[in-house]
Design a binder for this molecule. Sequence first.
Ligand code: DX5
Ligand code: ZN
Length: 217
Amino acid sequence: MAKLLIAPSLLSADFGNIQRDCEMLNASKTDWYHIDVMDGVFVPNISYGMPVIAAMTKHSKRPMDVHLMIVQPERYIEDFKKVGADILTVHYEACTHLHRTLQQIKAAGMQAGVALNPHTPVSVLQDVIEDIDLVLIMSVNPGFGGQNFIRQAIKKVADARKMIDSSNSKALIEVDGGVNLETGAELVAAGADVLVAGSFVFKSDNPSETIAKLKAL
Ligand code: DX5
Ligand code: ZN
């Protein structure tokens, strides 16, 4: 398997010092910037939108991995491309015409991902798995950083690994929520390719060192 990728979630960054935090990430073993967009409808919280993402992109030297926790994400695909998204992930639960939305993301020149809430089984991806670049398994209910890890996610990573390896899919498996060195190690053993970590990185005494430790899992 390819090397594990680490995607710190900027949701836990210091928004008053965003340039400083981006420079820390650029100087660390960060692989992707994980950008959480919440609309107060799909999830019970509002995070940030286009102008803030544009500011992060300006300071970022890594791919921008944008996780949309919004209803009808097809309305904003071009806008996210414009502010710098490289990978655009939509929620299965938020897309009536998921296949069409994925085609639109790719037509806009981005990689396409699908996120699954904790209650949604991996099996719903059977008929799009060869069309997507990323499966994002939520290991918390989306909406907030700093929540406890839901252990069922480990089994779901194994399910996704099986589905991908028995098809022509090249999708990466990303896990988001409650990731630390312990849960991260279990997720890697189950077949995860990308770990998102927000509070574990940004609330640690030495974020750059914490990223390096995750990278070494
Ligand atoms: C939750 C977001 C996550 C969040 C993870 O809805 O999708 O990316 O920032 O935060 P931690 O790592 O603190 O659980
Ligand atoms: Zn996320």
